[in-house]
Design a protein around this ligand. Structure first.
Ligand code: IPM
Ligand code: MN
Length: 359
């Protein structure tokens, strides 16, 4: 298969982790005889520094003519420390999601048996965790009207959702639940928010077309508690933009490191794959960042294009690195392996399952 992949490395550890994911994609090309091409473009603080804007037009143009986008990370303390700044790196990512119509953000949460002791939660609570968050990504409070009074003393952000916006992601979430354990939990705040009550009505209506899927509803405060109390009760969690942002960071703790969680952002035309972690500026250039979340994001990219064996081969190679303790210091304080080493190890262990059988 031929694929044109746009690489948006972004800020902080972004370039380092994307480089490892590209090594893995190149190993997949060789092992499975595919031809992927890669082209880089600027986004985030790196783009502000060089071009004065967090999403330059040529970056958007490249994304639109690519089959998929692999994204690193965004954000820089240089801009975080100045709350009055008018341009922020994050605006690049938000505009990109909006311009490409990436309305569904899919974040799988799983526990790896080899890492079970790394989790701050008890083994018996987390060992069967396997759920997936469907986070709405182009609506809600992130994109509603923002206001600041003239004297700067009053501010507001509007949380707005339309039936159409809720409908399209709900169908995707139900379809995913159908192929899994057939349970969908809508997380909202319907006891307080009108927008949440609309979510409940629309999701319940869509649910009538998926009678084999059990649908339940949970208020977000309770959901935040249940995720650490009993995470294995969840199969598919469907939720709006801000709640999904918060709950996915919380969920990442279950597996022992946020450096493990990938995501896919899907729209009707474009698809982007990115680790859920941030730019981790303290680690920039130190060769300590965990590349696995970005490598798993590349595996999701492969799966998205129907390359299932290829995606499994990447996941197998990651599991091998975890089993052999070939990991970055976030997973093993005494580890002497860096981002590059781990990336090389994983890329070097990508093999076709047929070859394993023939060994
Ligand atoms: C994420 C990030 C982004 C978000 C930021 C960088 C704008 O936290 O992808 O989860 O809030 O969506
Ligand atoms: Mn986030």
């Amino acid at each position: 298969m031929k694929l044109k992949i746009a690489l948006l490395e972004g800020d902080g550890i972004g370039p380092e982790v994307v480089a490892q994911a590209v090594k893995c994609l190149q190993a997949v090309e060789e092992t499975f005889n595919h031809q992927f091409s890669y082209e880089n473009a600027l986004i985030g603080a790196a783009a502000i520094d060089k071009k004065g804007t967090p999403l330059p037009n040529d970056t958007l143009g490249l994304c639109k003519k690519s089959d998929a986008i692999l994204f690193g990370a965004i954000g820089s303390p240089k801009y975080d420390d100045d709350p009055d700044t008018q341009v922020r790196p994050e605006q690049g990512l938000l505009r990109l999601r909006e311009e490409l119509g990436l309305f569904a953000n899919i974040r799988p949460v799983k526990v790896f048996p080899t890492l079970i002791d790394r989790s701050p939660l008890k083994k018996e609570i987390i060992n069967t965790t396997d759920f997936i968050i469907y986070r709405e990504l182009t609506g809600g409070i992130y994109f509603g009207e923002k206001k600041l009074s003239d004297d700067g003393s009053v501010a507001s952000d509007l949380c707005e959702y339309s039936e159409k916006e809720i409908n399209r992601i709900t169908h995707l979430a139900f379809k995913a639940a159908k192929t899994r354990r057939k349970k969908l939990t809508l997380v909202d705040k319907a006891n307080v928010l009108e927008s949440s009550r609309l979510w409940r009505r629309v999701v319940a209506k869509v649910g009538e077309s998926y009678p084999e899927v059990m649908l339940d509803f949970l208020f977000v405060d309770n959901a935040a508690m249940q995720i650490v109390l009993n995470p294995s009760q969840f199969d598919v969690i469907l939720t709006e933009n801000l709640f999904g942002d918060i709950l996915s960071d919380e969920s990442s703790v279950i597996g022992g490191s946020i450096g493990l969680l990938p995501s896919a952002s899907i729209g009707s035309e474009y698809a982007m794959f990115e680790p859920i972690h941030g730019s981790y500026p303290q680690a920039e250039g130190k060769d300590i960042a965990n590349p696995i979340a970005c490598i798993f994001s590349a595996a999701m990219l492969l799966e998205h294009f129907g390359l299932k064996e290829e995606s499994k081969a990447v996941i197998r190679a990651v599991n091998k690195s975890l089993k052999n303790n070939f990991v970055t210091p976030d997973l093993n304080k005494k580890s002497k392996y860096g981002t590059n080493h781990v990336g090389d190890f994983i890329a070097g262990n990508i093999v076709d399952a047929d070859d394993i059988l023939n060994l």
